[in-house]
Design a protein around this ligand. Structure first.
Ligand code: TSX
Ligand code: MN
Length: 597
């Protein structure tokens, strides 16, 4: 049986790559699919798979007048989010995974998962999905091949990556590709594993059909395996958006920014400047992941390895993100949103009236006023980046864009001021390492607890967090023209619990200051924490409906808050033990000395 399949696989295969053919044959021998389909990424293939997915109930077509080319997918209600407790880094030594990752010994993991994969595709189709992470032909671009028994995965990968023949052509006969194996299995949370084997450039994912667990190019390859490869090869794989901001004079500055989830990364990446900024333009290079490496001119160049957006739907509307609303108006796959009687989709926080009646994300009737959510809080859109009205032409440039500034942000109701600039690279890495975000009700039920999330990479770093921070420090030596590093906080609250800073488009004012700083145009004010905008020649507040006291409150530095902040940071550094980089410990001591002095 196995050898027949192997022969059949290579017969139809649009490649002669011996390593790829042998691996596909081996995986097919284990999973025993009824048939193997090599995906070419064509329009005809998309149509065929979509029709089939509609027929088998995987996709529900939406009203073509309201949402042309759009479909709704409902996942199993037990399978609606990434599963950090079932996500493993499988390295020979446990210490290589570090204290912030789950670990399994590689052979033990292969054995355990082989038992699950054994025969799991009987009666099913195995799709071979070749894909490129990054513009085709780029030096930073990586090839992966995902084997999956889910047509939903194929259709998503088609949007999120450069998928099909072009990726296979780029691979040629090379054995340098990520080996991804996925089966939805029986969607049993007790038999769900997302295992990463960095030494083998391999990912095995079993028992889930949800995006982050099964679209293996994204979090698994581009971040967990990517961060591991980045350390080996001298680059950075980061959980960052990339945007270009162009002034009325036509000068474009590229910025990368890391925010934990629920901070509005996609909103920031597609932001529309307020009316006081006529002539300014913000363009999106990426909304989630940046791969950055030193370029020939000594600057740090970033590419967005993805080709689409896999974004949270609830809260998206024409006020918070008009460009996202346009992006998801066509050719979009919706997962776990509500369905309207006229075949459109609905979610909490959409513009307009709440409909009287809906079908909720689980397929059950829903009535206005219900205490249940109609759309799942983690419901998603999968949309091609080419739909984005403010997509940067550089999003398809294999060279990437030169990064002038890196921003670290978090959701903090106090302590962290609106914006500050790090004194230098090491201090900037300290700011990134000590990033924290307060939990919102959606995540844990506990509100307002600070969760440390260094560089927003806590769930996505494929090796020891201490080694990761040291890699960031070491990168200084290979980047002659270092980006400047900034820290921002849009989420500070007043004593009544109201947000002080209006956020959204008004963040343009902060962005302008950052641009002026990196272009060396404005003086600054030194504080204990870093450089901040001066009272004069600082933030442009023209036309902003905010009192002077409120601006003061948003930008203030309170020493008592910082004393408790440092205690809370210590808990995190202690976790890293002897791997906590010495340079960061010194930054910490310097800050303590400044506060005590
Ligand atoms: O995305 C956000 N950004 C970045 C936008 C470019 N959000 C949403 C976060 C959840 C995904 C924000 N929420 C931002 C922000 O800058 N700021 C806030 C907090 C806030 C919420 C509501 C108001 C103001 C601030 N409303 C009014 O002032 C009326
Ligand atoms: Mn993300």
């Amino acid at each position: 049986m196995a050898s027949t399949q192997a022969a059949a696989a290579s017969e139809q295969a649009p490649t002669k790559n011996p390593t790829l053919l042998a691996w596909v044959a081996k995986m097919a021998a284990m999973t025993q699919p009824d048939r193997i389909v090599w995906c070419d990424g064509s329009e005809a293939e998309k149509q065929r798979l979509t029709e089939q997915a509609v027929k088998d109930g995987t996709l529900i077509p939406l009203n073509p007048q309201k949402r042309p080319g759009c479909y709704l997918h409902r996942s199993n209600p037990n399978d609606v989010a990434r599963v950090e407790h079932l996500t493993f880094i499988c390295t020979p030594n446990k210490t290589d995974a570090g204290p912030t990752n789950n670990w399994m010994e590689p052979e033990a993991a292969y054995t355990k998962l082989s038992q699950l994969f054994e025969g799991c595709m009987k009666g099913r189709t195995m799709y071979v999905v070749p894909y490129a992470m990054g513009p085709l032909g780029g030096a930073s671009t990586k090839i992966g091949v995902e084997l999956t028994d889910s047509d939903y995965v194929v259709l998503n990968m088609r949007i999120m990556t450069r998928m099909g023949k072009a990726a296979l052509d780029m691979l040629g006969d090379s054995d340098d590709f990520n080996r991804g194996l996925h089966s939805t299995g029986d969607v049993n949370p007790d038999r769900r594993y997302i295992c990463h084997f960095p030494q083998d450039n391999t990912i095995w994912s079993f028992g889930s059909g949800y995006g982050g667990n099964v679209l293996l190019g994204k979090k698994c390859l581009a971040l967990r395996i990517g961060s591991y490869l980045g350390r080996e090869e001298g680059w950075l794989a980061e959980h960052m958006l990339i945007l270009g901001v162009t002034s009325p004079k036509g000068e474009t500055t590229y910025i990368a920014a890391a925010f934990p989830s629920a901070c509005g990364k996609t909103n920031f990446a597609m932001m529309i400047p307020p009316k006081e900024y006529a002539g300014w333009k913000i363009e999106t290079v990426g909304d989630d992941i940046a791969w950055m490496r030193p370029g020939p001119d000594g600057r740090l160049y970033a590419i967005n390895p993805e080709a689409g957006y896999f974004g949270v739907v609830p809260g998206t509307n024409y006020k918070t993100n008009p460009n996202a609303m346009e992006t998801i108006s066509k050719d979009t796959l919706f997962t776990n949103v509500a369905l309207t009687p006229d075949g459109d989709v609905w979610w909490e926080g959409k513009d307009g009236e709440v409909p009287e009646e809906l079908i909720d994300w689980q397929g059950k009737p829903w009535k206005k006023g219900s205490t249940e959510k109609a759309a799942h809080p983690n419901s998603r859109f999968t949309a091609p980046m080419s739909n984005n009205p403010v997509l940067s032409a550089k999003a398809n440039d294999p060279q990437g864009v030169p990064i002038s500034a890196i921003i670290f942000g978090g959701r903090r109701s106090n302590t962290v001021p609106l914006v500050l600039q790090a004194f230098n690279w090491t201090h900037g890495v300290f700011l990134g390492a000590t990033m924290g975000s307060e939990t919102t009700a959606a995540a844990t039920g506990k509100v307002g607890v600070v969760r440390r999330d260094p560089m927003a990479m806590l769930p996505f770093c494929g090796y020891h967090m201490g080694d990761y921070l040291q890699h960031w420090l070491d990168m200084q030596k290979s980047i002659p023209q270092l980006p400047k590093i900034f820290q921002v906080n849009w989420f500070r609250q007043d004593k009544n619990g109201k947000f002080i800073w209006p956020g959204y488009g008004e963040n343009m004012r902060v962005l302008e200051w950052i641009v002026n700083r990196v272009q060396g145009r404005v003086p600054t004010q030194e504080t204990l924490l870093g450089w901040v905008p001066r009272q004069d020649q600082g933030l442009n507040l023209k036309g902003l409906d905010m009192s002077e006291e409120a601006v003061q409150e948003a930008t203030s530095i309170k020493e008592d808050e910082w004393k408790s902040e440092l205690k809370s940071q210590e808990v995190f550094f202690e976790q890293l033990g002897t791997k906590a980089p010495e340079a960061l410990m010194l930054q910490r001591k310097l800050l303590i000395a400044r506060l005590d002095g």
